[in-house]
Design a protein around this ligand. Structure first.
Ligand SMILES: [Zn+2]
Length: 138
């Protein structure tokens, strides 16, 4: 079994992975909260011992984990750094030097598309749009 390394150039937007998720606080059991709740520092239910609140991490609505897309754009994630990349165009090569696609950069058009789709979210940051190097292996 061998490892194949890839390199890519991505025209797109770099986003902190943490922005793809939000934490929702849900009750840890069905018992009533200790009263008065506002001044209580209790973290566990005095009746069953479960945590009173559990933080559940869920994907933001713009992120489709099943399809691997954000606002319909392909998402690339190497899972070892803090960023993911929303792809407008990508050109990749492996250790054999085989180039899968050539970039036909029309940065203004791609940026306009990204801004149109992402600007209503917390994901758009003009300073994070550009050409990004990306490495991964399989
Ligand atoms: Zn309880």
């Amino acid at each position: 079994m061998s490892t194949t390394y890839y390199a890519a150039a991505i025209i797109g937007c770099r986003i902190e992975r943490s922005k793809l998720f939000c934490t929702e606080q849900k009750r840890g059991c069905g018992h009533d909260l200790p009263q008065p709740w506002a001044t209580s520092e209790a973290k566990f239910c005095d009746q069953c011992g479960n945590q009173l609140w559990i933080g559940l991490q869920t994907a933001i609505p713009e992120y489709d984990q099943g399809k691997g897309t954000v606002c319909g754009f392909r998402l690339i994630d190497n899972h070892w750094d803090d960023y993911v990349y929303v792809v407008g165009e990508i050109s990749t090569t492996n250790t054999d030097g085989a180039l899968t696609t050539k970039l036909t950069p029309d940065l203004i058009h791609i940026q306009d598309c990204f801004e149109l789709e992402l600007s209503g979210t917390d994901l758009w940051d003009e300073d994070e749009f550009g050409i990004w190097p990306f490495l991964w292996y399989s």
